[in-house]
Design a protein around this ligand. Structure first.
Ligand SMILES: [Zn+2]
Length: 212
């Protein structure tokens, strides 16, 4: 059993334990050499097992293990566009998903930079149009958006976050969820987002992918 498989199991369980996913939603991917390990289809993240992971090649072809999540193509598309990314986390976490459903969502800045951690770990957040679950037509849009940011938000769906490892991707996803929650808690109130000067002074707080 490789360390990477054990890490994927641990992070999957952690995502579920933190309430970032429900039912059998949510999926993870990580590069292992020339291959990609992804969570299988039809399995709750609470039940992901290091011994039962799907193995894909770099183009997303299923090589070994159980059938992959139907959303594996999202992970493959991001990894193809971001050679420095090692891992992807995708959930339908409730506040980020709620944000993705807003009719008047500001595409250029879907969330104001309310906290330093959002600025350090998430921004810029790229909004993608709605695609039906499993619709491969999303591939090109995801590939293009992933060249611009490690943090994507699929309309009426949820976030897809890349990182230099699984823990970093989870950190960023949790930060996005947290900031979206603050955003909804402060609806109707005046807020004081960070200024451009304050944002420019921030350093990445956790090891992220190198910034483009
Ligand atoms: Zn999904």
């Amino acid at each position: 059993m490789t360390e990477l498989r054990k890490t994927l199991e641990r992070v999957a369980h952690s995502i579920h334990r933190r309430g970032l996913t429900h039912g059998r939603t949510g999926n993870l991917a990580v590069r292992e050499g020339d291959h990609i390990l992804v969570t299988p289809t039809g399995v709750s993240l609470a039940d992901v097992s290091a011994a039962e992971l799907s193995v894909l090649d770099a183009d997303g072809r299923h090589l070994d293990g159980p059938p992959p999540t139907k959303e594996a193509f999202l992970h493959v598309a991001v990894l193809q566009s971001r050679p420095t990314a090692q891992a992807i986390v995708h959930t339908h976490s409730v506040h980020a998903a709620a944000l993705s459903c807003l009719a008047d969502l500001d595409q250029a800045q879907p969330l104001p930079p309310l906290t330093a951690y959002y600025g350090m770990r998430v921004a810029p957040l790229e909004v993608l149009p709605y695609f039906a679950p499993g619709d491969k037509a999303a591939t090109e849009a995801v590939q293009q958006a992933a060249t611009r940011s490690h943090a994507l938000l699929l309309r009426n769906h949820g976030p897809v976050i890349a990182g230099s490892d699984l823990e970093s991707a989870l950190d960023a996803l949790e930060e996005l969820e947290h900031t979206a929650q603050i955003f909804f808690l402060t609806q109707g109130m005046r807020t004081a987002p960070l200024t451009e000067h304050q944002l420019a002074a921030l350093q990445p707080q956790t090891p992220q992918e190198p910034r483009p």
